[in-house]
Design a protein around this ligand. Sequence first.
Ligand SMILES: O=C(O)CCC(=O)C(=O)O
Ligand SMILES: [Fe+2]
Length: 203
Amino acid sequence: MQQLSFFADEGQSAGLPKEVLDYRPGLFNEKESSQYLETFISTVPWEQKVITLYDKQVVTPRLTAWFGDINKNYAYSGSSFHPLPWTEELLEIKARIEPIAGTQFNSVLLNYYRDGNDSVAWHSDNERELGQQPLIASVSFGQVRKFDIRHKQDHKRQYSVKLENGSLLLMKGELQQNWEHRIAKSTLPMQARVNLTFRIIKR
Ligand SMILES: O=C(O)CCC(=O)C(=O)O
Ligand SMILES: [Fe+2]
């Protein structure tokens, strides 16, 4: 006989450090999520950035695009940046997540992971323009990918959460200060995924 549980099923959230991660699966339903995924893949002017790593020019293993309030001119990570204007879909998503996040975002970075070869290496979003303890709202559509975090001072303190289609992950507190995160490559066959990280860029 099945054991009755007196506690609500917390799912993946049960194993995560609550002070820095708040995971909410199923914020968008299957239908909405696949429509957003298709729209973003086919209409966003995706770019593949070239970065300098150990004196070598390398292309980032994913496609990206920035959107945001265009009446502002941002300085970001040492260069000036001009976001694309908000689209109808991005404004809808922003309006859905802002009451949950309890804040208003002025920009969003979109990442397009075409398959399992696309990834983002260990990093923190700790640019000065995001301020202390930034709240970043991360929305995922498409392929489930594993999001890993590890403590900067102790790599054995590591957690993972599978970011599901239509989910929201709030990154908060000291996450960017004391932890790093990544989406690792996978050798398993992987479909496309689009991730949106809503941010507040201070001037
Ligand atoms: O794709 C993700 O879930 C994470 C993306 C990310 O870390 C970033 O854009 O800074
Ligand atoms: Fe990040």
